[in-house]
Design a protein around this ligand. Structure first.
Ligand SMILES: [Zn+2]
Length: 167
């Protein structure tokens, strides 16, 4: 059985390495390795048909995001790149003095824990959801945020599967 790489179109032997898990599953090893280069990672992220953030581990922050993520968060790329995940989500706890991931309210944040664990263990996490207080121009609302995470080289992909206010 073979599938074609979404980036370069070459066939990927599915019975060979399936190192790229769930999020980057239709991307060949060669293209996945391009994540360390600025132009290669752009093509790679845009090939994923979902809002995706590319995160680095230390300091833990968003390196960049694809267009679907930019649209989902209603931000410009410079408001996303080099920011903490919580700042991208507009989580209220990311605006405290301690900051995203360090505030006392961040203890037990499932999304933070999943991302940290993916960096430490290289294990993916699927469908991790949390209720976050999201601060928008028109006030603060509780949002349900659901993500999946996956290690890719020295980075982690964070696919945003849900980001909406509770009904
Ligand atoms: Zn490829």
């Amino acid at each position: 059985m073979a599938a074609s790489c979404r980036v370069c179109g070459k066939s990927i032997a599915l019975n060979g390495k399936t190192a790229h898990g769930n999020i980057a599953c239709e991307i060949c090893d060669g293209c996945a390795a391009q994540v360390s280069g600025t132009s290669g990672r752009r093509v790679l992220l845009e090939s994923i048909d979902a809002p995706v953030l590319l995160m680095q581990g230390n300091p833990r922050q968003v390196v960049t995001a694809n267009k679907q993520a930019v649209a989902l968060f209603g931000k410009k790329l410079p408001e996303i790149e080099n920011h903490r995940g919580g700042q991208v989500f507009d989580c209220v706890h990311s605006f405290t003095e301690a900051g995203c991931g360090k505030d006392v309210n961040c203890e037990g944040c499932k999304i933070k824990d999943a991302i940290v664990d993916t960096f430490i263990t290289a294990n993916p996490h699927h469908g991790i959801s949390a209720e976050l207080s999201i601060k928008k121009a028109n006030g603060t609302k509780t949002y349900v945020v659901r993500v999946s995470t996956e290690k890719l080289g020295d980075f982690a992909l964070v696919r945003v599967e849900r980001y909406d206010a509770e009904a």
